[in-house]
Design a protein. Sequence first.
Length: 187
Amino acid sequence: MKPILAPMLLCAIMVTPVLADVLADDKGAYAGVTLGHASTGSIGAKALTNSSNNIYGFWGGYQFNGNFAVEATQSNVGKFVYFPNVSAKSEVLSLTAMGMLPVFRNNAIYAKLGLAATKSELSSNALSATGANRIALTYGAGAQYRIMPGIAARVEWDRYTSAINNSDGSHQDYVSSIWTLGATIKF
């Protein structure tokens, strides 16, 4: 075990000046847009069918250094069929902390963790169920490529929990996963 520690320490020392140069460029406020694909799971035993998988969203944040940022996102989470002739849609507003790991000079991978407020709406009250507001944990992961200073492209996966209200006052959760491509501009 000890023979492995010396080469690892040497690699860390050699990489530090390169990472310091990369991380120094990554401070400041940013904003972006995203387009993507959503998939929705089930409500109880009822599997949901997406009627529109296309989603769009916006985000803004502040990157404190090359390893940490805070980000707010507004996005729709797609539309789906709940029962015949009843469709639903959800929108989300989230606040997340992002941990980033630079990989080579222009790339980074990241993970996100935070809270999301979702709002779901049903197209009909025929089922004696209604849309609901829900605040729940959200998380995601992605990769970012810096195209040029101040402009980057992203690919990202996020998971959100939404709900509907039943007539008896209880609620049923459903989970949506979204895959997106986006562009970020730093100010």
